[in-house]
Design a protein around this ligand. Structure first.
Ligand SMILES: Cc1ncc(C[n+]2csc(CCOP(=O)(O)OP(=O)(O)O)c2C)c(N)n1
Ligand SMILES: [Mg+2]
Length: 545
């Protein structure tokens, strides 16, 4: 017998995963997955998530930090359901995740036994690029190859393959075919030159930079283009990756997250060029035009759906980095353009300090000890802007949050990012700032951080409430909403229970002592910090451009 003949679906699949470098498997096992996981090869690593929401988001953080696709193995319908919120987030994040899920035995599936994933390809839709269950066992490796190729190509995203548990021991057709696909595409040259002309002709130009720039490795190209054009640069509203240094003199902050205020902020500009983002990702509805009168819009994106969905303007499809680099060559020098006034945000602290401290005072204290190479992961809804003020992002690959607002993504994603750092040996510390409400959604990720001794410092600002929902209630005029105050939560005990070091820090001195200790530790630390109750406008007033 030749080796070809001896191959099973199991061995052909593991060979394929090896060839695709998908040797880190994030998952939570069940009976339907055990035939896949049996005799788990020594050159693979299984990262256990104690709930599927955690497994999916850890994989997402890992994929983003390694800039490679990641593999997730979920438990049939129940596991897919648990993972679904973070599968939705991965889809909006455009993270290439190859998700496989177990399925009942083909022999028996007709009579709906326990663990059947009914309508298995429908369950994860519409938040996967492809969902498939091979029609015969021999197609499993080919289906995974197709899933990989689809996940990776722009716009990247999660794909889902359901695999009946009796497929793994079946004879394979032979070695799986290993293919490669491209991950970026260049813009159409004629249209690009037209865009370059319109950009060069603008008298007052706004560049709106979004997540695709950071994801494509286009940070430097974006800075060079802005400098050549002397343009004002904004972060796209609700962008989940930051693509421009927040301490740059051209930087003008993030555009407001609502329609009316956003168009107000663009008053006076004759052209806005949105690179690598939808037009626009709003949160609350505040009426107003999409753009102020006299302002035109150009959009560059690698996502036909975002190009199709733009409310205004002309779009060009292309990879952000390739397009920025090409534009840099084509546009006229902008030295005649008046550079915008630098932001110069006031960073004042009260003396004596508040008791408890405000979120701003907490972030100010932390920022004094900021390691130059630290990575921030942020899910602290009502005070994320305070963090940005005191801990600006100034380098690429240093800031993560979610594209969806679906809570429970960032705490486990931080584990995935820290795992990537550990594996690559760079040793960059991950500082995860997670609200006291937000931490609860995927809190079991703390056990994975402890199990793998990852360098993550969780800062948990504790206001005992869902503050941002109280802000939303004021904006929407919806008084007396129940459920906006948290029950007493002993976050320090919870974190210790999962195996993390944990401490409560109330003052600036205590925060700094705890943070310094956490940064020098090898494993994860959770620092719970009581903060002052503050309800501020959900959409902050617009200052003049
Ligand atoms: C999965 C999910 N459930 C519910 C919500 C609604 N939600 C948005 S923000 C928020 C409260 C967040 O509270 P916390 O993390 O304590 O931050 P704070 O607003 O207090 O700063 C909730 C429940 C959501 N975004 N996602
Ligand atoms: Mg809170």
């Amino acid at each position: 017998m030749t080796t070809e003949q001896k191959q099973t679906v199991w061995s052909a699949t593991y060979d394929l995963l090896r060839a695709l470098q998908l040797t880190t498997v994030f998952g939570n096992p069940g009976s339907t997955e055990q035939p896949f996981l049996k005799n788990f090869p020594g050159d693979f690593q299984y990262i256990l998530g104690l709930q599927e929401a955690t497994a999916v988001a850890m994989a997402d953080g890992f994929a983003q930090a390694t800039r490679r696709p990641a593999l997730v193995n979920l438990h049939t319908s129940a596991g897919t359901g648990n993972g679904m919120g973070n599968i939705m987030t991965a889809f909006l994040n455009k993270t290439p995740l190859i998700i496989t899920a177990g399925q009942q035995t083909r022999e028996m599936i007709l009579c709906d036994p326990l663990l059947t994933n009914r309508d298995e390809t429908m369950l994860p839709r519409p938040y996967v690029k492809w969902a498939y269950q091979p029609t015969r066992a021999q197609d499993v490796p080919g289906a995974i190859m197709r899933a990989y190729a689809l996940a990776l190509q722009p716009p990247a995203g999660p794909v889902y393959v359901s695999i009946p548990l009796d497929d793994w021991d079946q004879p394979a057709l032979g070695r799986a075919v290993v293919r490669t696909v491209s991950t970026r595409f260049a813009p159409d040259g004629d249209r690009l030159r037209e865009f370059a002309k319109r950009i060069s002709a603008s008298k007052k130009l706004a560049l709106v930079y979004g997540q695709e720039i950071e994801r494509s490795g286009g940070w430097d190209a974006g800075v060079a283009l802005a400098e050549k054009l002397r343009a004002a640069v904004f972060h796209a509203p609700n962008t989940e990756r930051l693509s421009f240094p927040e301490d740059h003199p051209l930087f003008q902050g993030m555009l407001p997250i609502a329609m009316g205020p956003l168009s107000d902020r663009l008053k006076g500009f004759d052209l806005a060029v949105v690179v690598g983002a939808p037009v626009f990702r709003y949160y609350p509805y505040i009426a107003g035009p999409v753009l102020p009168p006299g302002c035109e819009l150009l959009q560059i994106t690698n996502d036909p759906s975002d190009a199709g969905g733009a409310l205004v303007g002309d779009s060009l499809l292309g990879d952000a980095k390739l397009t920025l680099e090409a534009l840099l060559e084509l546009v006229d020098d902008g030295s005649a353009r008046a550079a915008p006034k630098p932001l110069n945000l006031p960073r004042d602290l009260p003396s004596p300090p508040n008791s408890p401290l405000t979120a701003s005072e907490v972030y100010a204290a932390l920022s004094e000890l900021r390691p130059e190479n630290a990575i921030v992961v942020q899910e602290s809804p009502s005070n994320g802007a305070d963090l940005a003020l005191w801990w600006p992002t100034v380098k690429p690959n240093s800031y993560y949050t979610f594209a969806s607002g679906g809570l429970g993504w960032n705490a486990p994603a931080a584990v995935g990012v820290a795992l990537a750092e550990k594996k690559s040996g760079t040793g960059r510390p991950v500082v995860a700032v997670i609200g006291d409400g937000s931490l609860q959604y995927s809190v079991q990720c703390l056990a994975s951080a402890a199990q793998h001794q990852l360098k993550v410092v969780y800062i948990v600002p504790c206001n005992g409430e869902y503050a941002i929902l109280k802000e939303f209630a004021l904006l929407e005029n919806t008084p007396n909403v129940p459920g906006l105050d948290l029950p007493p939560l002993d976050i320090v005990s919870t974190a210790k229970g999962f195996g993390c070091a944990a401490t409560l820090a109330r003052t600036r001195q205590e925060i700094q002592a705890a943070f310094a200790k956490a940064l020098s530790a090898d494993g994860p630390t959770v620092i719970a910090v009581p903060i002052k109750h503050q309800i501020r406008p959900l959409v902050r007033p617009v200052s003049a451009a």
